[in-house]
Design a protein around this ligand. Structure first.
Ligand SMILES: N[C@@H](Cc1ccc(O)cc1)C(=O)O
Length: 397
């Protein structure tokens, strides 16, 4: 059974749990004390493919839902495009659809009711006359310097950065008003944007919102995050075997608890996820060593045992693999049964073009024999048109 979150104190404690910072928390406290439903939103630019790092904000959002908040997830497609053209507009829109399926399934998989969850596409309101006029107004009163400062940690900074990077913070600030929320939630990397929102909204006569921030959590894989290394991130649709393989490879020094991705994953994902199901718990089986199973209810004890080498990376890796695979199973099941989601996956994240070498070896696959080298996958070599390129490509998963 779900944990009891019926009284105001428990609800507020659940909203605050594990946060690094909470600005203007009195705004939320008041709504909770009055028995209301605080309205919180989290925005994500729909660019990279969602990986296990998304479980950290997702679990926090599941806690908001469990605490009776109204949650809006903003699929910020236009932001993905404004940020130094991380992806062309058409692609970020396909990706937004992929995110929509992923996030709703993910929150459902954690076991919370998604009745109070709304998923909104940025472009569905950010092109309205009223919104656009507010963008102009804001652009006329915010200095270039301040807009740049607000986006410093989020918007890609380059020598010849496009002007759109200065619009990015203005739109994010206005989103709080247009999504009609009491608070915005994000990682502490959003801090400068959140402070800007506090300062800029009143300039247009709008009210200041509360801001909830998650700490930056080291990746599960340990070490440096590299998007070019496929083993460094665990995809939400990775098979149980792949998850096991990647976690096995994760770098974690024995006895070192600082900056430890494995411990952070237990603290920010697995423990709170089990808490949402009724009881915080993390089990470590030691059958192979002929010892009894260790059962933990808080991260402090886990840290202590890790420092003392009672808990080793070798022991916790299989335990994390077991719990993570259990968390991912319903998402993968839903993906398997949803043709539309599979189709959007192919459009949103087309597999990389096949290597030329392989094509040559398999020349006979081309009807009519012919000259495979010349005909080799003409569309796939065109990096500018990935959405079309997928049509000839195998399924994304
Ligand atoms: N800035 C967020 C994305 C975002 C975009 C628009 C918002 O209104 C909120 C959040 C990020 O870095 O991912």
């Amino acid at each position: 059974m779900a944990a009891d979150n019926s009284n105001a104190e428990q609800r507020f404690a659940l909203i605050k749990e594990n946060l690094a910072e909470f600005l203007n928390e009195e705004i939320i406290k008041k709504v909770v004390d009055e028995g209301g439903h605080p309205k919180i939103y989290w925005g994500t630019a729909t660019t990279g493919r969602p990986h296990c790092g998304y479980l950290v904000p997702a679990i926090k959002m599941a806690q908001f839902l469990a605490a009776g908040c109204e949650l809006t997830v903003l699929l910020a497609d236009i932001h993905g495009f404004l940020d130094n053209l991380k992806a062309p507009l058409e692609l970020v829109m396909h990706r937004a659809e992929f995110y929509r399926y992923t996030i709703s399934t993910l929150l459902g998989a954690v076991g919370v009711s998604t009745e109070k969850l709304k998923i909104v596409l940025g472009s569905s309101y950010q092109k309205s006359a009223e919104y656009v006029m507010d963008v102009y107004k804001m652009a006329s009163i915010i200095s270039e310097h301040d807009a740049k400062k607000a986006g410093a940690e989020i918007v890609k900074q380059t020598d010849n950065a496009p002007l759109s990077g200065l619009l990015y913070p203005i739109l994010q600030v206005l989103d709080e008003q247009y999504l009609d929320v009491d608070a915005q939630f994000g990682g502490v990397d959003q801090r400068k944007l959140f402070i800007a929102a506090k300062e800029w909204l009143p300039k247009l006569g709008y009210k200041e919102r509360a801001h909830l921030m998650n700490p930056m959590v080291p990746g599960l894989h340990g070490g440096k995050m590299s998007s070019s290394d496929p083993d460094s991130k665990i995809d939400l649709l990775d098979s149980p075997e792949t998850v096991a393989k990647k976690i096995k490879k994760a770098h974690a020094a024995p006895q070192v608890t600082e900056d430890n991705g494995l411990l952070a994953f237990i603290e920010y994902v697995l423990l709170p996820a089990s808490g949402l199901r009724g009881k915080k718990e993390f089990k470590v089986e030691r059958e192979r060593d002929g010892l009894e199973t260790l059962v933990y209810e808080d991260i402090e004890k886990i840290r202590e045992d890790y420092k003392n080498d009672i808990l080793t990376p070798q022991l916790i890796k299989p335990a994390i693999t077991r719990d993570l695979n259990a968390l991912l199973a319903p998402i993968q099941e839903a993906f398997k049964n949803n043709k539309e989601w599979q189709e959007i996956a192919e459009k949103a994240y087309p597999p990389p073009p096949k290597k030329e070498k392989k094509v040559k070896n398999k020349g006979t696959r081309y009807p009519g024999g012919g000259k495979p080298e010349e005909k080799a996958l003409p569309m796939r070599t065109n990096g500018d048109a990935p959405a079309e390129a997928t049509e000839a490509a195998p399924s994304a998963q």
